[in-house]
Design a protein around this ligand. Structure first.
Ligand SMILES: Cc1cc2nc3c(=O)[nH]c(=O)nc-3n(C[C@H](O)[C@H](O)[C@H](O)COP(=O)(O)OP(=O)(O)OC[C@H]3O[C@@H](n4cnc5c(N)ncnc54)[C@H](O)[C@@H]3O)c2cc1C
Length: 289
């Protein structure tokens, strides 16, 4: 596998990146860590003659906590997120999730923005960010930022809400609510996850005051399982009844709409979701209680 020839551009601002994307049109591609893009190019699925490297744009770099939110530059690598002191201090579940992505080589090069913009259905961050109620900040040079909720960003396999020429500049994560814990779990049979589950449990006066269940990697897009969440709210936190957890797992399996692929049949994936949602929510509840 050989890379076709290309010219690498290193803009310093979103405006410069936009100008390059406009000048070269379909012949240009945004380049983060290249872990997906270069593979596509080597396989002959894409042949952009101009790569616009966004890692040097300050607006897309770094991780900052403040004002009740964590702002993650889209060009932040998985490894940086995993090790950032601000993440460890306020969003340990995010660091834990990032440690589960791929392997160290991919995490060192791959960016969180590249992960969600590529929109491969088998993604850890996409499921986590949906559960955490993240906001995706998108911008084209010269325009005001456009803010897209996580629930509207991933539109389908390899399709997002990004408009032509727009960059994902940042991802904003609100602080987890008081009394809440988030847990992300996955199962991978091959390189990428076969199932990803993120659960948030918030406990107030010994009861589940809020439940959030996101399931991804089994269907075409990650989903929030609203019916499962409803079944969990009000449960006794120290001793949740097994039947409700089981029913929530079953409701999540239905909401996830698994598709058959190299990871298994629809029935197999439904079973995985049922079991993993039950266990992951129980774990979140244990941490929150
Ligand atoms: C072996 C292997 C194992 C993996 N395992 C996992 C796993 O377990 N879990 C998981 O979640 N993922 C996994 N991945 C996917 C990995 O997380 C992604 O490859 C990586 O995060 C992509 O980031 P990148 O910066 O390299 O993207 P690039 O390859 O640089 O870009 C990907 C796409 O996004 C676009 N893009 C990039 N940045 C932006 C931006 N800021 N704005 C707009 N568009 C942009 C590019 O134009 C391109 O179309 C795996 C990948 C590999 C190769």
């Amino acid at each position: 596998m050989r890379l076709p020839p290309f010219e690498l551009h290193r803009p310093a601002t979103v405006e410069e990146a936009t100008a390059l994307l406009e000048r070269h049109g379909d012949d240009a591609a945004i380049y983060g860590g290249g872990t997906e893009l270069l593979l596509l190019m080597k396989l002959g699925f894409a042949q952009p003659a101009h790569l616009v490297d966004v890692k040097g744009i300050a607006e897309l770099s770094g991780v900052q906590a403040g004002g009740g939110a964590l702002v993650i530059g889209a060009a932040t690598t998985h490894r940086e997120l995993e090790r950032a002191p601000a993440v460890a201090a306020g969003w340990p579940a995010l660091a834990e999730m990032e440690r589960m992505v791929a392997n160290v080589r991919v995490r060192n090069a791959g960016t969180v923005g590249g992960n969600v913009c590529f929109s491969d259905p088998h993604s850890d961050p996409a499921t986590f960010l949906l559960c955490a109620d993240a906001t995706f900040v998108c911008r084209r040079g010269g325009a005001e930022p456009r803010r897209v909720p996580a629930s509207g960003f991933v539109r389908g396999p390899y399709r997002t809400a990004l408009e032509p020429g727009e960059l994902l500049v940042a991802i904003e994560l609100p602080e987890p609510p008081a009394g809440a814990a988030i847990v992300h779990r996955k199962l991978a049979l091959h390189e990428r996850p076969a199932v990803t589950v993120t659960c948030l449990a918030r406990v107030e006066r010994g009861r589940v005051a809020e439940a959030r269940i996101a399931v991804g990697s089994v269907g075409v897009v990650p989903v929030r399982a609203a019916e499962a969440e409803r079944l969990l709210e009000g449960l006794d936190a120290p001793a949740p009844d097994a039947a409700s957890l089981e029913a929530a797992g079953a409701a999540a399996a239905e909401a996830a709409r698994p598709v058959a692929d190299a990871n298994g049949s629809v029935e197999y994936k439904e079973n995985l979701v049922r079991v993993m949602v039950r266990r992951t929510f129980a774990e979140a509840l244990g941490r929150a209680a």
